[in-house]
Design a protein around this ligand. Structure first.
Ligand code: SAH
Length: 231
């Protein structure tokens, strides 16, 4: 089974259009939709905004359905001139840019307990997603996606994320889902279409481009589900 988590309805609606939904179940305030796409079993959910809701959703999904993999799909702000509005950022690793115990001598972004800064994505999933975006002639970049509980518009924050973590895109959920998948040993990846430039224009760009961005990721997911081998 493939698990798909989006933060917002607008991000999941287009994906669900290609899915035959069989059943809906609710747990922890989250609605899980079970069904198939191209003959493969899927469980999808809208988790809500930010790292805590994302973590709740990922852990609940794993305990209830034991998915073979989890994809976090949605929109993000770009941190590089190589990614423009509607282009695709594919994570090969995730960081939490607002995790900071550096006053105690730790590296910035260190997740104490598992003691890593970068949460690695599943290589096979990353490779398959990269092949799909190439086949769809989309402009895409593979790299580090940075998550934090803030909508990034401040240039100095953007510079910090690029300098410290070499982030290519910023959003608010991916690394929380990544942390949950890491501790549960569930393969995962994050795929985000660019909705804004993470700058003073973002509050204008974001509402305008979020639907276009969501449509692009839905096309990637449709092809990915056809291509990926499960089990
Ligand atoms: N109250 C709004 C909040 C949206 S937050 C609502 O409920 O719709 C923006 C969402 O888009 C988050 O899920 C985040 O992951 C993503 N996102 C897009 N651009 C972003 C940016 N520049 N910085 C951080 N997150 C961004």
């Amino acid at each position: 089974m493939i698990g798909i988590i989006c933060a917002m309805r607008v991000e999941l609606d287009r994906i669900r259009e290609n899915m035959e939904i069989r059943e809906e179940q609710e747990c922890s305030g989250i609605h899980f939709y079970l069904g198939t796409m191209h003959g493969k079993e899927l469980v999808t959910a809208v988790c809500g905004i930010g790292k805590v809701f994302a973590g709740i959703c990922a852990q609940t999904m794993i305990l209830m359905y034991h998915p073979d993999m989890i994809l976090n799909v949605g929109v993000a702000g770009t941190l590089t001139d190589k990614l423009d509005i509607a282009d695709i950022a594919v994570a090969d690793k995730l960081v939490q840019h607002d995790m900071d115990t550096s006053p105690l001598g730790d590296p910035k972004g260190l997740i104490s307990g598992i003691n890593i800064v970068e949460i690695p994505c599943d290589e096979r999933i990353v490779k398959t997603i990269a092949e799909c975006v190439h086949e769809l002639h989309m402009n895409a970049l593979v790299g580090t996606i940075a998550s934090g509980d803030q909508f990034v518009v401040d240039p100095s924050r953007k510079e910090f994320i690029v300098r410290e973590f070499s982030g290519i895109a910023c959003e608010m959920e991916g690394a929380a889902i990544g942390q949950v998948c890491y501790v549960n040993q569930t393969p995962f990846c994050v795929i985000r279409a660019i909705s804004d430039s993470a700058n003073e224009q973002s509050h204008m760009d974001y509402p305008e481009f979020v639907k276009l961005a969501a449509a692009n990721t839905a096309n990637v997911i449709d092809l990915f589900v056809q291509r990926i081998r499960i089990g």
